[in-house]
Design a protein around this ligand. Structure first.
Ligand SMILES: [Fe+2]
Length: 345
């Protein structure tokens, strides 16, 4: 047993006769921050057999959450567990741990291919979705800077990329859909009709994007921009929210037709009304988190859990800096996928 693991082991042994839920979770978090999930899980499981009955609930609840997350997220979640759980009562802790259906886990089945790709200058997530049986695929929110990476991946995996979908006219980066069409001419660019941007396919509320045996439902979620759309993959319990709903936050509403009241209504009616176990995949995250769930955001989103009037006040006070790339991004994104994009952007 290594030195670090030994120290965690000793700490658990001290706690196990008088463990509280929060102590167990904190200890588990400490182990998780230093070791692999399996190592931390097995260590805590073995050493807490005589501890509080809560320990088995914690272990069961924690395991799926950490199954496929990366190291930085594990550390972040460990800190989250530490801070979040300590402030709850014993009764609340029990409810939190047993309500794991609405806590995100990443198991989507073997019939799909799913990749979450990061563009790290603007912290934009691009999503590659494919039907394994037919190889038909969709890219959501490709970024011009990472088009080579994404197209290479499409080719390496033998996928037939049908659509490059834009959740909205972005202000912080240039869409990759124009460049992708140069490399894969059969691929169609997609955006909401109401955005007035140029694209091969213009979506309206309720339109369907099909790939293989699967389909995404387009839901209009304005408020960040007029043309924002979220895409619901009902069969897999997933929603791609663009900038309408972010993890514990939301897109800004101070330019591009932004309207906080509209955003509040959109998110509550079209996204947070989905079943609580639906996984939320945002357009960005600036803290290293990759996914959330409807249930998590209903509980922990510090903005959208407020009453509408307070939300509007909060959004009006954000005082955010002007986006660095907006002056070149907006004109380029208004012609996504139809005309040439700037070569040196
Ligand atoms: Fe945006």
């Amino acid at each position: 047993m290594g030195t670090k693991l030994l120290s965690v082991w000793n700490r658990i042994n001290v706690l196990k006769t008088s463990s509280t839920v929060s102590q167990l979770i904190c200890t588990y978090g400490a182990a998780l921050g230093q070791f692999s999930h399996r190592c931390a899980y097995n260590t805590l499981k073995k050493s807490t057999q005589c501890a509080s009955s809560y320990s088995s609930q914690i272990l069961k609840a924690r395991k799926p959450v950490f199954s496929f997350v990366n190291t930085s997220e594990k550390n972040q979640y460990a800190q989250y567990s530490l801070l979040g759980t300590l402030s709850l009562s014993v009764k609340d802790k029990s409810a939190y741990c047993s309500d794991k259906k609405s806590i995100s886990s990443m198991s989507f089945g073997e019939d799909i291919l799913f990749r979450q790709l990061l563009e790290y200058k603007s912290y934009t997530y691009t999503y590659l979705l494919a039907d394994v049986a037919t190889n038909e695929a969709v890219l959501i929110d490709p970024v011009i800077d990472t088009v080579d990476r994404d197209v290479r991946l499409v080719f390496e995996l033998g996928l037939n990329l049908l659509y490059a979908v834009n959740t909205h006219v972005h202000a912080d980066h240039i869409t990759g859909s124009g460049s992708i069409k140069k490399m894969i001419p059969s691929c169609k660019s997609v955006i909401a009709e109401i955005s007035n941007a140029r694209a091969d396919v213009k979506l309206k509320e309720g339109d369907i994007i099909k790939f293989g045996q699967f389909q995404l439902e387009a839901r209009s979620t304005p408020g960040h921009t007029d043309g924002c759309m979220s895409f619901v993959w009902h069969e897999k319990g997933m929603v791609f929210t663009g900038d309408a709903l972010l993890i514990r936050g939301c897109g800004r509403t101070d330019f591009q037709q932004g309207n906080p009241g509209t955003l509040y209504d959109s998110v509550h009616k079209k996204i947070l009304s989905l079943p609580q176990h639906f996984k939320v995949f945002p357009g960005h995250d600036y803290t290293g988190q990759t996914m959330s769930s409807v249930g998590e955001e209903l509980r922990f989103n510090s903005r959208l859990t407020k009453p509408k009037n307070e939300f509007i006040e909060v959004m009006g006070r954000l005082n955010l800096p002007y986006p660095k790339q907006i002056d070149k991004a907006l004109p380029a994104n208004m012609v996504c996928g139809v005309f040439d994009v700037p070569e040196n952007s």
